[in-house]
Design a protein around this ligand. Sequence first.
Ligand code: UDX
Length: 445
Amino acid sequence: MKITIMGTGYVGLVTGACLADVGHQVFCFDINREKIQQLLQGQVPFFEPGLAQIIKRNVSQRLFFSDDFLQSLNYADVIFIAVGTPPNGDGSADLQYVLGLAEQIGSHITDSKIIVTKSTVPVGTAEKVKQVVDQQLEVRGLTVNVEVVANPEFLKEGAAVADFMRPDRIVVGVESESTKQVMSEIYAPFNRNHNRMMFMEVKAAELTKYAANAMLATKISFMNDMANLAERLGVDIEQVRLGIGSDHRIGYHFIYPGCGYGGSCFPKDVKAITQTARQAGSPLTLLETVDQVNQKQKQALFNKLNQYFAGELSGKVIAVWGLAFKPKTDDMREAPSRQLMEQLWQVGATVKAFDPEAMAQARLIYEGSLKLTLVDNPYDALVEADALVICTEWAVFRAPDFEQMRQLLRQPVIFDGRNIYDPHAMACLGFHYYAIGRGKSALNG
Ligand code: UDX
């Protein structure tokens, strides 16, 4: 089938590449000419395992890139909108790019289209897109059949290709039977052994996306809150995590305490849905607290450092392992590392940091900062550092050379925002080890 994707950001590119890989003919449009040129040469603008290989093996055969809007519009009858929905000042999602495209589509189409919203958009957006397209058609005096489908993505950064190829579910909010058929055909290659399609009403599909992310964010904030209590009570939260996870109703997923959730989705989506809820007159008070708990949790590492050094952080050198908001991505959006580093700089400390993938991002964000030194390997960050802080649980940090670490650090002290080591073992190795909610052992220093 022929498919057009508008927007070659994270979602658009993964969707386009994966649909091409299963045999569809996919035309990806973006207004950014430079990006299109890079993609045509097989260069992916961000790090995502497996994506570059998929693009390379399909580009120019089944996968096309162009900044020519009309060509992209005329290429297919099905158009996926995958442009950004950044947050407005009040936390609501900014729909200017989505509705801008709808306006352009309405101004140029001559035959019927199915428009699929793939971006995370507030409930009611599909309806708005349809209105905008229809308005343009009316101005042009045309009657063209346009149906808008809500088909949210559930891709995790770092595992997006696998999530797309082997989805838990494919949520499709759709009205007509004929469009259902088209969507079934597009996704048929992902439903061979097990039907993952879930057809529902359009608004239900839109809300499903937010509800899923909100539920996951709630699990994390719940666990972080509980971890803070555990620490006060002298209990190791990791034992509690195993204890509750064994209950199938709770499960082991997304109950890892840490230094807060980040990324492009959870913080933004939680704020957006709480904003929608307030506007709808049915505030999501629980979720508003989830957001507050997360903001507080992102300060946990700084507070621990500040306490350890009795407020004397000025002039200290702090090593940071992990800058990305989670492993297997170079994304630093809303990453806990950023809040930590910025707080440290404010009180006069400097940072030496290492991340396996996010160094280029860090350079872009903090270009010219004299308070940040980026080093090429984890151990270089420790040289003459007063403490180490772990912000991201990259595999490479899990079994390091502890002896070397102890020798390189000025003081053998580690603040672990991801609970990757065993406190007892760390104490035996001679470290002062402070993690998240590790009870008595957290106070071994
Ligand atoms: C998320 C959703 O999982 C995905 O379905 C949606 O489409 C986009 O948003 P992503 O932001 O890529 O994906 O990352 P995810 O793996 O969900 O992690 C989000 C954040 O939560 C990370 O900062 C991670 O470190 C944190 N997290 C996750 C925890 O702190 N504890 C956990 O138990 C799990």
